[in-house]
Design a protein. Structure first.
Lengths: 261, 425
């Protein structure tokens, strides 16, 4: 299979009639890790949710394709089956649905009818991946995210990602609320998946995560678009100097687009 | 008076067809008189003014057992009784139960062959004059079982009464009496297969359970009430000292019904649990009250009700806890949760606490009505699960605990199949 090829062109997105993304461009290929940084309220999470197809977000212009297929024409589940994955900042809790059952249904939906993974093989694989992420084996039978701590939810998102093996994975503030040990575990989970067959888009507020996951490209978002792109050194520069110098350079006074992160 | 005379002809017809003794005919006639005298009942959320009290005409012709039901009954390995329109078609009592001295026969045989126990308990749990429909049932009861479990008999395999209601032009009036003597431990199941009917009749079903001291009874039901008749269902247990009565009722209906499931925790230390799992669809109107009446000291109860509603179904679930004066140290919990799958459905979850005793151990209630959380649907879909499957997974997440509590694989499968059928549309 060819390397994943993910393109976003001039993407424009509204929430409640207000434009949040104002023409965003991005090109990610398999094997690459892109990081999007930026202050709160600049549209980073809107980008993640709009690409996944959250019903609250209205795409008003531009395009998004994965391997040449138009993502914007697809329903949320079709996007996922095409290979898009979003590790959510605030994943929903679903009582009564066990974690294992959820992941198995998701995996089988992705594999398609007739290609379902045998139950035993699935459970062996699940337990292996859970071990790698230091997740207690009993979490397999816990209800999906119900009563999970913030860190447990984040690890559970990474677990799903490693089970589903997406072609493009977007991690939306996967580092928020994690202590340093949990952060390392999550970073290891991401690094172990790194290959030509997957491209990453890592959305983060802090450079800290990028000490553990080395990005190939770093983009800075302000006012609903990417205002500067560079390599990993850009992230280090931002960590050292903050955002103000960049704002001054770009002549931006208010970097936000009027929404909460 | 014309009405009374004409209609009470039904009472005579039923009683003579069943070859009943004089005393039983007298009991029926008295009940019928009460039925006719009692005023039209008023129920807060259920308008009965356009419903009939007609009964249709009793006949002894036995309809054929539908294939689906025969296949179901063929799979039963425990004791069972099969009724078609209230008329007994088949009854099997296992050797184990027979050897233990269990009596399992029709309610009519019970009156004839075990009159002493029968007369001691009949009507003591569901009184003839407690409601117009209870009186109707006592006047016209046809079908149902008399189950008498001797002292200290514990049998894991359930006793299952299977009812088939065809399109016959006669209301359904089954009545069962379960008497569990001291220290006994049993499971009793009622399974219903009914068809939609054009006939407008008032049906009334009654189940009385007497749980003697330190006995344990699990009552389960797989119900389906289809449109046509008005169904009045009264199921109640009297729970004596240190006895425990659990109910697990799975209901998939599109009909019109009013049901009460109640434990009267009579003795001290009596405990009870009522679990209801419902799926309403079509133009269902169903008002169900799960009730715990605490009379004895240190009694404990729990009510768990879950419903999912489709189409234009209108379901009212009441969870009712009554703690009478003197029921010191009572503890009770209520959980009532209803989900409207379609925007056209309507649900009411009504918790009721009637407490006349100051010394209550605990009394908790939680009730909620809502739609499926769209963020849950989005989350499941974001992992590749199609909408319809995501919706089913979330609904089963609510319902599965209660379905799992049903006592046999056969009943569980039946309820799962009925719910799947309506969720999968």
């Amino acid at each position: 299979m060819a390397k994943p090829d993910f393109r976003v062109n001039d993407l424009r997105v509204n929430i409640d009639g207000k434009e949040i993304l104002k023409g965003l461009n991005l090109h990610i290929q398999g094997g690459e890790i892109h990081a999007i940084m930026g202050p709160n309220g600049t549209g980073k999470s809107t980008l993640a949710s709009a690409l996944m197809g959250h019903p609250h977000y209205e795409v008003t212009g531009g395009s998004a394709t994965l391997d040449g297929e138009d993502l914007l024409e697809m329903s949320v589940d079709e996007r996922a089956r095409a290979g898009l994955f979003l590790a959510m900042q605030y994943p929903a809790e679903v009582p009564g649905v066990s974690n294992a059952n959820f992941i198995r249904q998701a995996l089988n939906a992705r594999l398609g009818e007739g290609n379902e993974l045998p139950v035993l093989k699935f459970h062996r694989m699940l337990q292996e991946k859970m071990k790698a992420l230091s997740i207690d084996p009993e979490f397999a039978e816990r209800y999906l995210n119900e009563g999970f701590s913030g860190g447990e939810k984040k690890r559970n998102e990474i677990l799903q990602m490693s089970m589903l093996e997406p072609r493009i994975a977007i991690l939306d503030e996967i580092d928020s609320g994690l202590d340093i040990d949990a952060l390392k575990i999550v970073a290891n989970g991401v690094n172990s998946l790194r290959s030509e067959n997957i491209g990453f888009l890592i959305i983060t507020h802090y450079q800290r995560l990028l000490n553990y996951i080395k990005p190939d490209y770093v983009h800075v978002m302000m006012q609903g678009r990417i205002v500067r792109s560079g390599d990993a050194t850009l992230a280090e520069e931002l960590e050292a100097k903050g955002y103000d110098w960049l704002k001054a350079e770009l002549g931006i006074e208010d970097e936000t687009v009027g929404v909460e992160a | 008076m014309t009405e009374l005379n004409t209609l009470s002809g039904q009472v005579h017809r039923v009683s003579s067809a069943l070859g009943e003794p004089e005393w039983l005919l007298a009991l029926r006639e008295e009940a019928w008189k009460r039925f006719v005298e009692m005023p039209q009942p008023w129920i807060e959320k259920t308008d009965l003014s356009k419903r009939t009290w007609d009964t249709g005409t009793f006949s002894t012709d036995v309809e054929k057992v539908p294939q689906e039901v025969q296949a179901y009954v063929d799979g039963i390995e425990h004791s069972y009784a099969l009724f078609v329109d209230g008329l007994l078609v088949d009854l099997k009592l296992t050797d184990e139960a027979k050897a233990a001295g269990v009596v399992y026969q029709t309610i009519h045989e019970g009156a004839r062959l075990n009159g002493a126990v029968w007369r001691k308990h009949f009507g003591t749990v569901v009184a003839t004059d407690e409601s117009k429909w209870a009186a109707l049932n006592a006047g016209l009861f046809v079908g149902g079982v008399f189950l008498h479990v001797p002292r200290n008999v514990q049998i894991e395999a359930p006793f299952e009464t299977v009812y088939v209601w065809t399109g016959k032009e006669f209301g359904s009036y089954p009545r069962s009496l379960v008497v569990a003597e001291e220290l006994s431990d049993i499971q009793y199941v009622e399974t219903t297969f009914s068809s939609a009917r054009d006939v407008k009749v008032a049906s009334s079903h009654v189940l009385e359970v007497v749980a003697m001291p330190s006995s344990r009874v699990h009552v389960a039901a797989a119900d389906e009430w289809h449109k046509g008749p008005t169904y009045f269902l009264t199921r109640r247990a009297k729970v004596e000292k240190d006895a425990d009565v659990r109910w697990t009722v799975g209901d998939t209906s599109d009909g019109f019904g009013v049901e009460t499931i109640e434990n009267v925790l009579q003795g001290s230390g009596a405990t009870g649990l009522i679990r209801v799992v419902g799926l309403g669809y079509g133009r269902e109107h169903f008002e169900l009250t799960a009730s715990m009446k605490h009379v004895g000291r240190n009694t404990e109860s729990e009510i768990v009700m879950h419903a999912a509603l489709r189409d234009r179904a209108n379901t009212i679930y009441r969870s009712r806890t009554e703690i009478v004066k003197g029921a010191v140290g009572a503890g009770s919990e209520q959980h009532d949760r209803m989900i409207m799958i379609d925007g056209t459905a309507r649900a009411d979850a009504i918790p009721m606490l009637l407490i006349d005793e100051n010394d209550v151990n605990r009394c908790g209630h939680a009730a909620s009505v809502g739609k499926i959380d769209p963020t849950q649907i989005y989350y499941l879909m974001s992992r590749g699960i199609p909408y319809a499957q995501a919706m089913k997974m979330i609904i089963w997440g609510y319902l599965s605990d209660s379905v799992d509590a049903l006592p046999t694989a056969g009943v569980r499968d039946l309820v799962v199949e009925r719910i799947e059928r309506e969720l999968g549309r």
